[in-house]
Design a protein around this ligand. Structure first.
Ligand SMILES: CC(C)(COP(=O)(O)OP(=O)(O)OC[C@H]1O[C@@H](n2cnc3c(N)ncnc32)[C@H](O)[C@@H]1OP(=O)(O)O)[C@@H](O)C(=O)NCCC(=O)NCCS
Length: 151
């Protein structure tokens, strides 16, 4: 049975296992352990872990900025995808943000990433585009689509 719990910097090895498994290296979107740790030590950042018993199968990292929450990263282990685990992480994020008085959630997603459809399904709306925001390993520079969800 899947449950979502708060994590912290001590969960970095589980987060990195999912990161390496879930993200396609062609797109250079995965963060390094150093990037994750420097984010997780900040007081306005939060790590949510989806666990199947004690095994971490997904994570989400968020940051509180003024009146809104930003989704920085979300990943679900490949073998556990399309089982509503990503959705559970987003719903927990929404619930916590609402309880904390935030008014919106923001995120950015690479144009062409299937996660765009996932975010739409979770209730996010596209609100803008950043031209050539990402740098792929193959030299291409896809746009970022910015999305929000009003709480
Ligand atoms: C995006 C991601 C977190 C979704 O997690 P998930 O647990 O597989 O998603 P869910 O099972 O909760 O999906 C909910 C709905 O979103 C949509 N969806 C999810 N993955 C999708 C995909 N690959 N293509 C199209 N729609 C998708 C579907 O409508 C799905 O419902 P359905 O399975 O009943 O059709 C996961 O695919 C992932 O880790 N991707 C790689 C990392 C990444 O790109 N993260 C986002 C950028 S930070």
């Amino acid at each position: 049975m899947i449950h979502v719990a708060q994590g912290d910097a001590s969960d970095i090895s589980a987060v990195m296992s999912i990161m390496k498994d879930a993200f396609d290296p062609r797109f250079g979107e995965a963060w390094t352990a150093a990037q994750c740790l420097s984010t997780l030590v900040l007081p306005d950042c939060q790590l949510l872990l989806a666990k199947d018993a004690d095994e971490v199968c997904g994570f989400a990292m968020t940051r509180w900025v003024l009146d809104h929450e930003e989704l920085l990263m979300i990943g679900v282990a490949r073998h556990a995808q399309r089982q509503s685990i990503g959705n559970r992480l987003i719903m927990e994020m929404i619930s916590r943000a609402r309880n904390a008085g935030r008014t919106k959630i923001f995120l950015e997603v690479r144009d062409g990433n299937n996660a765009h459809d996932f975010y739409i399904r979770c209730g996010f709306n596209p609100i803008g585009r950043r031209k050539n925001y990402y740098k792929n390993a193959d030299g291409l520079s896809p746009d970022a689509i910015t999305m929000n969800l009003i709480l």
